[in-house]
Design a binder for this molecule. Structure first.
Ligand SMILES: NC(=O)c1ccc[n+]([C@@H]2O[C@H](COP(=O)([O-])OP(=O)(O)OC[C@H]3O[C@@H](n4cnc5c(N)ncnc54)[C@H](OP(=O)(O)O)[C@@H]3O)[C@@H](O)[C@H]2O)c1
Length: 306
């Protein structure tokens, strides 16, 4: 099968197309024929080993000290179950699925992947019926992270919510999840992304290049840093008493129930993935170079044709 591998950390061109053996599912695994994957900010961080100084050594110990332990990158996917191991009860051949392997396993830049039907880390579920493979693949990481953060902030009906970095993947879902709870949403993004965030439901926008959001008069129940580029001390200035600050810079945990909630919200048309660009697997170097710029809007999808 075709796959994209990297054997050393570095710029996008460390990613190479290779022809490797198609995997075979073990008893508790399903074999998924992958139709779409994504390039997330996490993928480019892994590839370039771009970890904050404090986390650099622990991250290298986890992901590979001298070279990457997992040689196939990519941690979101959608596709069709092609075979199942004999202990698999939750999925059958032909099921359309979507998943995240998490950054610890990765492996979605390939034509096939074997995934356990249940995992402690990473989740696999039936794809939202109303989404294409290219749309569904862009849901798990951004969608579940936004859901986790807003749950942690005790999002409730009709609140005032400010989303910092609203034009990224996590931000694009955070807007929609907050709107589903009838919140009033102020999105912080650059002027070129105002139309995008409003199309996702934001009530108003602040251009972070022209205005300091922490100096506005309005007070919020929640400030959600969806891009990891603001701080609690700054957010505090506009939080109501008892208001909550949450950030992507904290550890999030991925649970099956979160994937189910995301699927339901998509099927009820309460959330939809915003897709910025779509590349073929053979264009993976260009796709990584694009995401490296940290300017992507929503999600970047990799189409895998067989
Ligand atoms: N903790 C977790 O489990 C978890 C999960 C997912 C993601 N993350 C982390 O969350 C972060 C965001 O990931 P993502 O994929 O959602 O984002 P992303 O798509 O990579 O973010 C890109 C967007 O951020 C905007 N942006 C860049 N710098 C900004 C700034 N200083 N202020 C406001 N907006 C800015 C850009 O818009 P402009 O062009 O307008 O600047 C662009 O639209 C990454 O660091 C990622 O590693 C963490």
């Amino acid at each position: 099968m075709n796959a994209v591998m990297y054997t050393k950390y570095g710029p996008p061109n460390v990613l190479k197309m290779v022809d490797i053996e198609k995997p075979q599912p073990r008893d508790h695994e399903v074999l998924v024929k992958i139709y779409a994957a994504t390039v997330t900010s996490g993928d480019v961080r892994l590839r370039s080993s771009n970890f904050p100084p404090l986390f650099w050594l622990p991250a290298r110990l986890i992901f590979g000290l001298f070279k990457p332990k997992k040689r196939i990158l990519g941690h979101e996917l959608s596709g069709i179950v092609e075979a199942v191991g004999k202990e698999v009860t939750k999925f059958k051949i032909g099921d359309e699925v979507f998943a995240t392997t998490t950054m610890l396993k990765t492996g979605s830049y390939a034509e096939y992947i074997c995934l356990p039907q249940e995992r402690k880390k990473g989740v696999l579920g039936l794809k939202p019926k109303n989404l294409s493979f290219k749309e569904a693949t862009a849901l798990p990481v951004g969608g579940m992270t936004a859901l986790f953060l807003l749950n942690k902030a005790n999002l409730s009906k009709g609140q005032q919510v400010l989303i910092y970095g609203a034009s990224g993947s996590v931000g694009s879902y955070a807007i929609q999840i907050a709107k589903e709870k009838e919140a009033t949403v102020v999105a912080v993004c650059s002027s070129s992304n105002v139309d995008m965030v409003k199309s996702l439901g934001a009530d108003s926008a602040i251009d972070y290049k022209k205005e300091d959001y922490s100096l506005i008069e309005k007070k919020f129940d929640i400030v959600c840093d969806a891009v990891g580029k603001t701080s609690k001390s700054k957010a505090k200035k506009i939080l109501k008493q008892g208001g909550n600050f949450v950030s992507v810079n904290t550890l999030t945990s991925v649970k099956e129930e979160h994937l189910n909630t995301i699927k339901e919200l998509a099927e009820k048309q309460k959330i939809r993935p915003y897709i910025d660009k779509c590349f073929q697997l053979s264009e993976i170097v260009a796709a990584h170079a694009y995401v490296d710029k940290e300017r992507k809007k929503g999600n970047v999808v990799i189409e895998i044709t067989h």
